[in-house]
Design a protein around this ligand. Structure first.
Ligand code: GDP
Ligand code: MG
Length: 151
């Protein structure tokens, strides 16, 4: 079972899409193992978006991510990193496939509603960046045999 990090960005919160997005993950069969609201600091964003430091749009991305608190989510499931990535759609929301979260709800590159880890290696760094060990939970999943059957 993999775990991945998801952030619901300030545009998702302002546009009242939190329930819609959480519900998509639940209905897919992914398990919520961590969930909280947080205001992102400069330090955390510099680390989280270190691959963008130096790009001309980075200051704008940072202030966008600080407009409101974000909702951080840790999801668990078989192949969950790629599954969540596929549900989110590509970075440029206008070009994201219909049916994906960005494809259904977004028009912007920057305000694209959601962050999700882009690989298992990234997820293994990003989950502990946003969640302390005691904020992540293990609990029985009553529907696991129905969601996965033979996997
Ligand atoms: P992601 O993994 O799909 O979120 O994309 P990246 O890791 O490449 O970029 C991180 C975030 O920075 C994106 O989700 C956007 O919010 C923002 N971003 C990426 N490219 C651009 C850009 O060209 N312009 C602006 N304004 N924001 C961008
Ligand atoms: Mg990325």
């Amino acid at each position: 079972m993999e775990r991945t990090l998801v952030l619901l960005k300030p545009d998702a919160i302002q546009r009242d899409l939190v329930g819609e997005i959480l519900s998509r993950f639940e209905r897919k069969g992914l398990k919520i193992v961590g969930l909280k609201m947080m205001q992102l600091s400069d330090e955390l964003l510099n680390e989280h978006y270190s691959h963008l430091v130096g790009r001309d749009f980075f200051p704008e991305v940072k202030s966008f991510m600080q407009l409101t608190p974000v909702i951080a989510l840790c999801l668990e499931g078989t192949d969950c990193v790629n599954t969540v990535r596929a549900l989110c759609g590509v970075t440029k929301a206008r070009e994201a496939a219909p049916g994906t979260i960005r494809g259904e709800f977004g028009m912007s590159v920057q305000a694209n509603l959601i962050h999700c880890s882009d690989s298992l290696e990234t997820a293994q760094v990003e989950v502990p960046r946003f969640f302390k060990a005691e904020e992540l939970f293990e609990y029985p999943d009553a529907l696991i045999n129905y969601v996965y059957s033979a996997r």
